[in-house]
Design a protein around this ligand. Structure first.
Ligand SMILES: Cc1ncc(COP(=O)(O)O)c(C=O)c1O
Length: 374
């Protein structure tokens, strides 16, 4: 039987909640289920405001608007990330400034950030790859020293911690994703976490097409009108109903994924010992969420052979990002502020193993056995 590299785990009240939404016929956004998701996220993360969005991309685009990125403003981010991190800045006319990543976590190399800062730098956007925290102590210190905002791309970081503090709660703003490939899913979905209360009201306005509709519904203004730039970032109640059922399962889902991750890590140790591939090293102070199990093979050729061996067994391992600094749009719209030795190597060599909470245990043994033929 073929094993996909991801699959949503629907083990809770998804159907019951979806039925409820459909029966109530209240399908537009910001109803009962959206509010319940907001309350859940605020309680579990400690964010001052959580706002559901139609995607992680939408939450990142809101960040570009909320930071008031203007043409020529620079924002520092890793080259090894999803396009949405960079688009959020480029859409405002800003310049994504790419730096290299660390070989152990594949997160932005915090030691390369300071040299990338110029008088045009406005913000740092760390991306918590595979749900492992970036070095937030160093990043927050640098940001404070240079008066820069921090906005986290925590699309993959939900339910993970850095020194006991939830990813997504360090920056003034952060983006979560609940895309079908994530640990906790809404099909397409995401959330903006507001940690700096100064952004709280504008975040609601930007999300509601630039209107003060939320204030109107709270009775704080007597009519609602266009007050700022904005767009439609909220999801429907159908999305929120599915997400609430998933949030209720989040801890169990993440625990199971972390356990499977640990088993992969043991089973694939010999590949590293043989010098064929590198495994992740999770820093002691990071509690990850088992989002991705990756290997970085020593060459693109070795990765292709590894993938072929797995596919022959019906195991759908997958590559991930092509680094953004060398992509056509990255070259046109961004700037590389460091050599990209690690990002280039990882772009060529990284392979993600199948990982989802209801994955049968034997996939791990089958994966290790297939790769032993390398
Ligand atoms: C690091 C990162 N940023 C942003 C996104 C965008 O999230 P979404 O697919 O929900 O728009 C993703 C997920 O695909 C991601 O992995």
């Amino acid at each position: 039987m073929s094993v996909p590299y991801y699959e949503p785990t629907l083990a809770g009240r998804e159907r019951e909640y979806l039925d409820e939404v459909l029966s109530a016929k209240q399908l537009a956004g910001d109803g009962k289920f959206t509010k319940a998701c907001h309350a859940w996220l605020e309680e579990k993360t400690g964010a001052v405001r959580a706002l559901l969005t139609h995607s992680g991309t939408g939450a990142l685009d809101m960040i570009g608007l909320l930071l008031e990125i203007e043409p020529g403003d620079e924002v520092i981010m890793p080259s090894y990330t999803f396009v949405s991190t960079a688009n959020a800045i480029a859409l405002r006319g800003g310049v994504p400034v790419f730096v290299d990543i660390r070989a152990d976590t594949l997160n932005i190399d915090e030691n390369l950030i300071e040299q990338a800062i110029t008088p045009r730098t406005r913000a740092i956007m760390p991306v918590h790859y595979a749900g492992v925290g970036c070095e937030m102590d160093a990043i927050m210190t640098l940001a404070a020293k240079h008066g820069l905002a921090v906005a986290e791309d925590a699309a993959q970081g939900f339910g993970a911690f850095y020194r006991g503090k939830a990813l997504g709660t360090f920056g003034a703003l952060s983006a979560l994703s609940f895309h079908a490939s994530k640990n906790v899913v809404a099909g397409e979905g995401g959330a903006l976490l507001v940690n700096d209360p100064a952004y709280r009201l504008r975040a609601e306005i930007v999300r509601e097409k630039g209107t003060n509709r939320s204030q109107f519904f709270r009775g704080e203004v007597d009519k609602y009108t266009w007050v700022d730039l904005g767009s439609s970032f909220l999801p429907s109640e159908i999305t929120a109903a599915l997400l609430l059922a998933q949030l209720e399962q989040a801890e169990a889902i993440n625990q199971r994924r972390v356990a499977l991750w640990g088993r992969y890590h043991e089973a694939l140790r010999p590949l590293e010992a043989r010098g064929l591939a590198r495994r992740a090293e999770i820093p002691q102070h990071c509690a990850h969420n088992g989002h991705i199990y990756w290997l970085v093979f020593e060459s693109g050729e070795l990765r292709a052979r590894a993938r072929d061996l797995l596919v022959a067994q019906g195991i759908m391992a997958s590559a991930h990002y092509a680094p953004l600094h060398s992509s056509p749009a990255g070259q046109r719209l961004g700037r590389a502020a460091s050599a990209m030795k690690v990002a280039d190597h990882v772009g060529e060599g990284l392979l993600r193993m199948p990982l989802y909470a209801h994955m049968p245990d034997d996939v791990i043994e089958r994966t290790a056995a297939a790769l032993a033929a390398l």
